[in-house]
Design a protein around this ligand. Structure first.
Ligand SMILES: NC(=O)c1ccc[n+]([C@@H]2O[C@H](COP(=O)([O-])OP(=O)(O)OC[C@H]3O[C@@H](n4cnc5c(N)ncnc54)[C@H](OP(=O)(O)O)[C@@H]3O)[C@@H](O)[C@H]2O)c1
Length: 387
């Protein structure tokens, strides 16, 4: 068993961080049930809402190095789950340095679980073509690519700073997340609610011009005829105009929160699991068939009388889509139609078992629509630094 008693979750008012907090609280088995949970949030309203959970709520901005150091030292934090920002290196650096300081004072190990983004490992996100596993040497490849992708800069910077500070580092790469979050504040994700709300506003459902395949699905609507069907074991890939398209990975928020909690559990149990340069965890359960999803959104909104056409139309341009959705134009391809052959290995080696699959996701699209209609939209601050 490890010595860790106090765990801090950042982004506790966010969709993912809020769900991690709720899942940690709900886990009534040792060793997780015995930890003290702290979270960092920014606004008074969020502080009020999260205080009801009976956890330690710290109101601070993660840019404030001194406030973060004080929070970590005063609350004797030895493990941080960082679910606030994958794009902004200084926030993670402040947290890792504070853990480093805590480790120096106590002479004991500290741990940092980061949230990265799977699209950084997709071809549209600048990753080389071909299969990529989380057990590959991803840190070295991120360094070799050497571009200005904010997620790669953050990944590399945090691997290196953790090493320098003697902090054990784990990096969960997060794909498209869906479902209703169990947190106290922001309950919904970015992608699907944005598509639903924009569709209602424009009275038309748009989809991106590019769609891919999901492994195991070969009969899929495509604009062009596939020139070749590749089969590897139970996986099938279509090659169109020489290009291999595979749809992006996805995960239900409950499964993702569970993955973070499994990592926390392993650390608390003192188990030795992949970390540092080898500590990448591709957190996904299945592929997300974009066109099928958008067709189901179109059907669901049409049935409610909210759009004129029961089928989805292609966005006039990628730039138009970025402007309408308020997403960074340089990342719109990766966010809207990322392709890549990411293979998740490490989470499954931990014994993590997601409960959602592609069929269950597609069958739940009506709930996704209803959730976007029920929940008050909360402005996301995720892209502020990029925009
Ligand atoms: N949702 C997805 O589909 C998805 C997919 C891939 C990766 N990710 C990554 O996962 C992470 C969490 O995503 P999410 O969907 O949970 O986002 P979210 O709902 O917007 O939550 C992020 C939270 O972080 C907080 N935060 C941001 N900057 C902060 C700062 N300087 N100080 C203190 N708090 C700060 C925000 O606080 P405020 O409420 O005050 O703004 C917000 O509550 C992000 O890094 C995101 O890039 C998400």
């Amino acid at each position: 068993m490890s010595h860790v008693k106090n765990v801090l979750v950042t982004g506790g008012a966010g969709f993912i961080g809020g769900s991690v907090v709720a899942t940690l609280i709900a886990r009534n088995t040792a060793p997780v049930k015995d930890i003290n949970i702290s979270t960092v949030i920014r606004s008074d309203d969020q502080a009020k809402a999260l205080s009801k959970l009976g956890i330690n709520v710290i109101q601070a901005d993660l840019f404030d190095e001194k406030a973060i150091l004080d929070a970590v030292l005063n609350n004797e934090i030895d493990l941080i789950v960082h679910a606030a920002s994958s794009f902004v290196l200084p926030l993670g650096l402040n947290l890792v340095r504070a853990l480093g300081q805590r480790g120096k004072i106590t002479g004991r190990k500290t741990y940092f679980i980061n949230s990265s983004i799977t699209t950084a490992f997709s071809e549209d996100g600048g990753w080389p073509e071909g299969e990529v596993k989380d057990t590959d040497n991803l840190y070295e490849t991120e360094k070799q690519i050497g571009d200005d992708h904010p997620v790669r800069i953050t990944d590399i910077g945090l691997v290196e700073e953790s090493k320098a500070q003697g902090v054990e580092f784990f990096n969960v790469a997060v794909p498209v997340v869906y479902g209703r979050g169990s947190g106290e504040w922001k309950k919904l994700s970015t992608n699907i609610p944005a598509f639903v709300r924009k569709s209602i506003e424009k009275k038309i459902v748009y989809k991106f011009e590019k769609d891919g395949v999901c492994p195991d699905i070969v009969s899929y609507p495509l604009k062009e005829t596939p020139s070749l069907v590749l089969s590897r074991g139970s996986q099938f890939y279509l090659i169109i105009s020489g290009q291999l398209y595979q749809n992006p990975p996805a995960i239900h928020v409950a499964d993702l929160a569970d993955l973070y909690v499994v990592l926390v559990e392993k650390i608390l149990q003192g188990q030795s699991i992949p970390n540092g340069e080898n500590g990448y965890y591709f957190g996904f359960a299945h592929r997300l068939p974009w066109w099928k999803t958008m067709e189901r959104i179109a059907a669901g909104l049409h049935a409610r009388g909210l759009v004129a056409d029961p089928t989805a139309q292609v966005w006039p341009s990628w730039e138009e889509a970025a402007a309408q959705l308020k997403w960074p134009v340089q990342h719109i391809h990766a966010m809207g139609a990322a392709t890549g052959q990411q293979v998740a290995v490490n989470p499954y080696l931990l014994g993590w078992q997601p409960k959602w699959n592609q069929k269950r996701f597609l069958d739940s699209i009506d709930d996704e629509i209803q959730a976007a209609l029920d929940e008050k939209p909360l402005e996301s601050t995720l892209f502020v630094t990029i925009l």
